[in-house]
Design a protein around this ligand. Sequence first.
Ligand code: NAP
Length: 316
Amino acid sequence: MTRRGGRAASAGAGRPTANLGVQRWCRSATLEGNTTVTGTTKVIGIIGDPVSHSLSPQLHNAAFEACGLDIVYVPLPVGARAVGAAVQGLAALGLRGANVTIPHKGAVVPYLSSLDDDARLLKAVNTIVVDGDEMRGYNTDVEGVRGSLEEAVGAGLHGATGLVFGAGGAGRAAALALARMGVRVTIVNRTAAAAERLAALISAAVPGAGCRWLALSDLTAAEVVAQRVVVNATPLGMAGAGKVPAPLVDTVTAGQVVFDVVYTGGETDLLAQARARGANVVDGLSMLVRQAAVAFELWTGERAPLKVMQDAIARR
Ligand code: NAP
């Protein structure tokens, strides 16, 4: 069992607020301060398998602490067979909510009371808010993609071409975000049927989107060169997950925006090569912070401290 080094109790200094039943403690905004767990501390978790690699505990605990919120964020490893019990347990145990990560973003859906529009459309939930017996599911990954892209290139992608490699949870979020930004999206996926389904879903959901699809085996260098935005939304590039296929990595050029949803200890191979060729790169940490900021606001009703969140994962 790992002990929290040097974290001392400081419960006497608190002053409650009315906000969502969460106590606010009078302490300064500090990243290294004294997070305290008391009898009134609210708990938020991350459900997934595995979750040990997740940066979300660092990111959210720094944010709660900096905002003086009496909330602690914990990893909750949950196997596939325990998903229903785990989601129902959130309310039973009085948690304020949870994040959901791979592979449970779809599996949690049947256990929730309601879904926001994006979660319902994509059949993927990455954030749960618990309000008494009610559990609401949200998809904040879509805003994570939109916010990171807009930060990198502004709002000027309307009419541009974009390729999304992957049709899983991250691919669906990326395709929807890009289509809403006015990008003409092509979905590329190893399993062609999943690409076809996603293209149909996006075309139906976003008026005028006209989303295309291609099987990965049909992807050519010319197709990649024709794109203004290229997104890797597969796990390829993570340690042990294999490499992003050559037509993508070897063909990205200056003038393109290359976005890798994967986050690793350093820069992914795709982004390193794209940067070396003069492309504008967007990394998975940027998306992680953006989707986390929306989740933070859903749980607390407060504006998320973006800079604190960015610094917390930069120090990992
Ligand atoms: P997912 O739902 O399991 O989807 C995986 C996708 O990758 C599918 O399209 C799958 O294709 C494709 N794929 C997997 N292995 C492949 C291979 N060897 N060759 C070709 N394609 C392959 O996973 P996800 O939730 O989308 O997550 C994908 C990645 O995004 C993960 O690394 C995750 O950590 C990351 N992510 C990052 C953030 C962030 O905030 N930065 C947020 C969400 C996810 P098939 O359909 O053919 O199986």
